[in-house]
Ligand binder design. Structure first.
Ligand code: KG4
Ligand code: ZN
Length: 364
């Protein structure tokens, strides 16, 4: 009898409401549908994600998003084998919207419920897109996360470093605000930097004096603020040339730090002597071309395959949650209706907590 498993995935941990249907059989895994309702316009006026607005939008949209995903996959809910939902880490109101909805659907249909760690979703994506073998090294760089993980198996991830304060995407977004560029900041800073001189402003490369894989970006932001103020005109205006040079300086510092720390992470990973060494990236910042080029060059020198999943699967989506859920479905490892939403949920519970984390603590 050929094996076929079909699973509905739901994601609502930050500012994207997403649902997807993924099917696995003896021949492989197929994404039957992946629907993402973004919230960028809702938060645009506030310069960042407003948790309360995000939670309301998720609660309003999640049913509709699931309907769309089922329709596009041409499948009925009762024909799925399980429901996987992000149960953390993330903004608690949003995570709750998804978890409550998934519980309701599981109670109504009797389908198994599987609470997935959002970070496991990102970390397993290279297996969905490129079928990479364990163990592989993963660099997660998004608006909320920044960590190096060695994926040993679908449920064992070793965190070997990460940011002790801001995530890189957060730093790009703050930089854009300081320079009067639009949100989301990453693409805007990258565009402005393209015509800038990265050497004009000497910005710091924090923590490169330490031999570990930890990073810090809040000092870089403060240095950028000072550099900006040094060239600010009388009416608090910034010339286009200064804006471009500041953006280029920031991006170069970010690229240098990520490249240097990735080189260290690769040393730790390669000591495991993996048969087919792979560095994979995920998260919105992985879209940045200078960062991507630096990592590609690093991998070429180290003889490591570089895997960057398509952007739609690098950023938040529900196909990755469905795929992570399939691993537990295969083991018959389910949650019950007592599943709770978790704002914090480290993937590697053995790794020490991040020092110097901000008042909200390390993001994950
Ligand atoms: O993974 P993502 O879509 O959402 C989460 O944070 O989970 O990442 C969004 C982040 C934003 O901070 C955005 O500014 C950043 O990724 N980003 C970029 C680029 N495109 C998006 N950062 C640098 N360069 C880019 N081209
Ligand atoms: Zn994410």
């Amino acid at each position: 009898m050929p094996m076929t498993r079909t699973i509905l995935g739901i994601e609502s941990s930050c500012d994207d409401t997403a649902a997807a249907v993924v099917r696995q059989n003896d021949e492989g895994t197929v994404i039957l549908s992946s629907v993402v309702f973004g919230q960028t316009t809702l938060h645009a006026a506030f310069g960042g994600v407003v948790p309360e607005i995000a939670a309301r939008a998720h609660a309003e949209k999640v049913d509709h998003c699931i309907e769309q995903a089922l329709l596009q996959a041409n499948i009925r809910l009762q024909d799925c084998d399980a429901i996987a939902v992000t149960a953390g880490p993330g903004l608690i109101g949003g995570v709750l919207s998804g978890v409550m909805c998934a519980k309701g659907l599981a109670a109504a249909t009797g389908l198994p419920l599987i609470g997935v760690n959002h970070l496991a979703g990102h970390a397993l994506t290279p297996r969905l897109t490129d079928d990479v073998a364990f163990p592989y090294l993963m660099l997660l760089v998004s608006g909320g996360h920044c960590q190096f993980l060695i994926a040993h198996s679908d449920d064992r991830f070793e965190r070997i470093g990460g940011t002790i304060d801001d995530a890189p995407g957060e730093a790009f977004d703050k930089t854009a605000r300081l320079l009067g560029l639009p949100q989301p900041g990453g693409p805007a800073v990258e565009l402005a930097a393209a015509s800038g001189d990265e050497k004009r402003f000497k910005l710091p490369r924090p923590l490169l004096d330490r031999t570990d894989c930890d990073m810090s970006f809040s000092g870089l932001k403060t240095a950028l603020l000072r550099a900006r103020d040094s060239v600010m005109g009388p009416n608090q205006t910034l010339k286009a040339g200064d804006q471009a040079d500041l953006a280029a300086g920031f991006q170069a510092a970010m690229t240098d730090v990520l490249a240097a720390k990735t080189a260290r992470a690769l040393d730790i990973y390669l000591a495991l002597a993996p048969a087919e060494p792979v560095l994979a990236v995920a998260g919105g910042v992985a879209a940045n071309m200078p960062i991507r080029n630096a990592l590609t060059n690093l991998c070429a020198t180290a003889g490591v395959r570089f895997v960057a999943p398509p952007l739609a699967l690098c950023t938040d989506n529900a196909a990755m949650i469905a795929f992570a859920g399939l691993h537990r479905l295969a083991r018959g490892d389910y949650d019950d209706l007592g599943l709770s939403a978790r704002p914090r949920w480290p993937l590697d519970t053995k790794a020490p907590g991040m020092l110097g984390s901000g008042k909200k603590g390390a993001k994950a």
